[in-house]
Design a protein around this ligand. Sequence first.
Ligand SMILES: Nc1ncnc2c1ncn2[C@@H]1O[C@H](COP(=O)(O)OP(=O)(O)O)[C@@H](O)[C@H]1O
Ligand SMILES: [Mg+2]
Length: 148
Amino acid sequence: MRAFDLPDLSATAALAQALAPHLRAGDVIALRGGLGAGKTTFARALISALRDEETEVPSPTYTLVQTYDGADFPIFHFDLYRLDDPNDVVELGWDETVSGLSLIEWPDRAGQHLPAWRLDLMLEIIGDFRKARLEPHGEDWQTRLHEL
Ligand SMILES: Nc1ncnc2c1ncn2[C@@H]1O[C@H](COP(=O)(O)OP(=O)(O)O)[C@@H](O)[C@H]1O
Ligand SMILES: [Mg+2]
């Protein structure tokens, strides 16, 4: 587990920029944390880092998924808060995400469809302070986190 302080938006951007070069097609990042913790903000920073340009990233609250062209692979940004049934992820193109990077807000809504091999990024507000904790699931993620 690695922990980072995120006092402001530039700290979130810096963490996203540090992580971006370690990512590849097939990766899954579960963005955890309550409402307003900064999940969409982190996704926005990471998508911008992977595209090498500031990118407009609306919250996929209603669309449930938004797709972006990254420099090297597509990026699938999910917000599953409004998902009624875990099996509904299949209709969102869940099986095609192996070709790119998946960023998933409210990942537990996917139930058994959530891949076991993934990076958990937990965002937390403590008082007026923000923190990110990165928890690798799988040996490969562990190795990559060491290199961060
Ligand atoms: N590291 C940060 N420092 C300060 N404000 C932040 C940070 N990350 C996010 N925010 C702010 O918190 C609010 C909620 O962020 P958002 O990413 O929409 O949360 P979530 O997707 O987890 O509900 C936004 O106004 C955003 O600008
Ligand atoms: Mg959000």
